[in-house]
Design a protein around this ligand. Structure first.
Ligand code: PCA
Length: 162
């Protein structure tokens, strides 16, 4: 296969989700390719908190604390994976790790294979962090991130930061 393009799966739970402030970055062709596969939630609980003066969502790598987190699985090419690693400040700000997910609704093409059923378990990369401040684990935990949620902590776009 001379033109085998490697694809990976990424679970996004924060500003990269549909309708959130960085979603468009996954669909800028200069960054690579992304395709929506499924809505899903983490099998384990994690604290998803909003922190720093820029109101950035962070999933803390503290399994069994917090709540099961809802998000979206995308299929991405190597170029997009590299873009996302760079954009998310891997490995200092976030680390990219594999996570177990429960499929809620599969929308992606299945290429002759069986469509994963709701409730089935799959795996994808996600951007979580072990580099958090001591008070972050006691911040309110979210189940489904929305920059405009009633927490009032709207995400500060990079262009607007000082
Ligand atoms: N972007 C990544 C991690 C947190 C964020 O804002 C995401 O949406 O999954």
């Amino acid at each position: 296969m001379p033109f085998c393009i490697h694809m990976a799966r990424v679970f996004v739970y924060g500003t990269l989700k549909k309708g959130q402030p960085n979603y468009y970055r996954m669909f800028e062709s200069a960054n690579g390719k992304a395709e929506f596969l499924a809505s899903a939630c983490t099998v384990q609980k994690y604290p998803l908190v909003i922190a720093t003066k820029y109101n950035i969502p962070f999933l803390l790598n503290l399994p069994d604390q917090g709540r099961r987190v809802r998000g979206e699985i995308y299929k991405v090419d190597d170029k997009m994976l590299k873009f996302l690693d760079d954009f998310e400040g891997v490995p200092t700000m976030y680390q990219r790790t594999l996570v177990k997910l429960e499929v809620q609704e599969w929308a992606g093409q299945t290429h002759g294979e069986q469509r994963p059923a709701a409730g089935s378990i799959t795996e994808a990369f996600m951007y979580s962090t072990t580099s958090y401040q001591p008070d972050w684990p006691s911040l309110p935990c979210h189940e489904s991130y929305d920059s405009n949620g009633d927490h009032g902590l709207q995400y500060v776009l990079r262009e607007g930061r000082d």
